[in-house]
Write a protein that binds this ligand. Structure first.
Ligand SMILES: C[S@@+](CC[C@H](N)C(=O)[O-])C[C@H]1O[C@@H](n2cnc3c(N)ncnc32)[C@H](O)[C@@H]1O
Length: 224
């Protein structure tokens, strides 16, 4: 990290915009759990998470586009989060925050019914068989999301990995969840719109290499 970036990161890491909780195992419940609206955003707007957000392109762009919703970008890598948090501070985006935690510990940070939408943007596909439990759409994660999401909560997945997309469709079918939209080729699909056209850092790399982008949107609690 260069000198300026380091100086900036200190300022931002000490501001409220990028929250880096102290590590503990198992993680203790965070002070904001169940209270993000009241204590952090200070409004009643719906809360949307971007998981594995990297530089947070979805969180940043959607926060600007939808001022009546709140956005939290979540990742484990501080230098990537720093980029999104810097934009948030510089552009004074008040409905945006970043949280540096492991996604498997989300349950210590969000209470029941607290989240309205989750975006999972270009997750590591973890397609080796012995890594199935690490996939962010695995039942282990889905069960955790279901507890913290509203009854009509929505999950959006964008990925360059056809096997990961197909795996997620299987999890959706096994759990009898309702699909709202789906495509294995987003940029040649009629469902493409302003929001789905937002491009993350990884997405731009994949598009340049000619990859097709898959997208599925589903209701998290629709299972019978
Ligand atoms: C392939 S990158 C995609 C980044 C960004 N969404 C994009 O599209 O440019 C996957 C991101 O997920 C994060 N990540 C993977 N597993 C994670 C976990 N268990 N907890 C937190 N972050 C995780 C990585 O640090 C990385 O930034």
């Amino acid at each position: 990290m260069g000198k300026d970036k380091l100086k900036d990161s200190k300022r931002i890491f000490h501001s409220q915009d990028l929250i880096q909780p102290a590590l503990s195992y198992p993680p203790a419940d965070h002070a904001f759990k169940g209270k993000w609206n009241k204590e952090f955003f200070k409004n009643d707007f719906p809360i949307v998470l971007e998981l594995g957000c990297g530089r947070g392109e979805y969180a940043v762009n959607m926060a600007k586009k939808f001022p009546e919703k709140n956005f939290i970008g979540i990742d484990w890598k501080g230098a990537r989060l720093w980029r999104g948090a810097k934009t948030g501070v510089e552009e004074k985006i008040s409905n945006l925050g970043f949280l540096r935690i492991q996604i498997q510990n989300l349950y210590a940070f969000f209470g029941e019914n607290e989240i309205s939408e989750i975006w999972i943007t270009f997750p590591d596909p973890q397609m080796q068989q012995n890594r199935e439990r690490k996939r962010l759409t695995h039942l282990r994660f889905l069960s955790m999301y279901q507890k913290m999401m509203k009854p009509d909560g929505i999950i959006h997945l964008k990925t360059d990995s056809l096997p990961f997309y197909e795996y997620t469709l299987e999890v959706i079918a096994e759990n009898k969840l309702k699909i709202i939209k789906q495509t294995a080729d987003l940029y040649n699909s009629p469902i493409l719109d302003d929001v789905l056209s937002i491009k993350t850092t990884y997405e731009q790399i994949w598009l340049k290499s000619g990859a097709k982008i898959c997208y599925v949107e589903y209701l998290v609690n629709s299972g019978g």
